[in-house]
Design a protein around this ligand. Sequence first.
Ligand code: G1P
Length: 296
Amino acid sequence: MTMGKSVTKAVIPAAGLGTRFLPATKAMPKEMLPVVDRPAIQYVVEEAVNAGLTDLLMITGRNKRALEDHFDREPGLEQALEKKGDQGRLALVREASDLGPIHYVRQGEAKGLGHAVLCASQHVGDEPFAVLLGDDLIDEAESLLATMIDVQQKTGGSVIALIEVDPSQISAYGCADITAIDGEDYVRVNSLVEKPAAGEAPSNLAVIGRYVLHPSVFGVLEKTEPGRGGEIQLTDALQTLAAGEGEGSGVYGVVFKGRRYDTGDKLSYLKAVITLASERVEFGEDLKTWMKGFVS
Ligand code: G1P
C-alpha cells in the first residue's frame, strides 16, 4: 500500500431532475429546496469545505441556474442591506459566496450518476477526489468525509459510505457485500449491486451519497454500459473496481452511524427540516414546545 496524492477536490453532482419532489421542482432545482433557511445544496458545499476540500466542482444541467446564482455575490442586495445597516442579514447573504470559488460543468444529457461523475474527469485529472451527492444531508458533527479521506489515503483504493437500513428499503439504494478487516474501523467491499430487489440483496448495507474515489474510476466509467434504469451507474463502476486487481482497484466502506437525510424524498426532507430547525438557538425551543402541543 503506497501513500497516494492527497484529496483536495470535491465533485458535487446536482444535475438530477428531482421528479420525486414534483411539483415543487417543476421550475426550481431540487437542491434549492430550503432546509430551514438555507438551500439544501449549501449544507453539502459547507460539508466539503469543512472537510478541507478546497477545489469544488458542481455538475449541473438544464434549469439549474439558481444554483450558480446562489453561490455568486449579489452586489445589489448587499448594497441595499449595507445601506440599511442590516449587518446580520448581510452576513447571511455572503455565507454562500464566501465558501470559495466553485467550478461548474454541465452534464449535457441525463445519462445517470456514473455519467455525471465522468463529466468531472478533465477537471479532476489523476488525483483521488470526493463525491458528495447534492440530495444527501449528513450530520457534520460525525466528520464522515474526513474519515473516508483517511481511509482512501491508507488503502489507495476507493471508499464508499454505508448505512444499515431496514431490509424492505434496500431496493432504493446501492447495496454492498462486505467483510470486516481485523483491527480496522473500515470494511472491505467484496461486491456492489445497484438497487437490488429486497429478496436478492446481499446485505442491508446501503450506499449513501459520499464517496472518495481513486481516479481509475474514470477509465472504468467510460467502459461501463448502462445498467439499472438504462443509466450509467456509479455503483456498477465501483463493482468493477471492487472485483479488479492492480493500481486503483479495491473498494472500502465506512459504516456511518449518524444522521442522514435524503432531501429528494418528501418525508425525509420534512424530518431534516424539523430536526435542524429544532436545534436552532433562535427558535428551536419554541418549535419543540409547539410540536409537543401539536402532537398531543
Ligand atoms: C444514488 C446511487 C445509489 C445510492 C444513492 C444514495 O441513487 O445510485 O447507489 O444508494 O444515490 O442516495 P439515486 O438516489 O440517485 O437514485
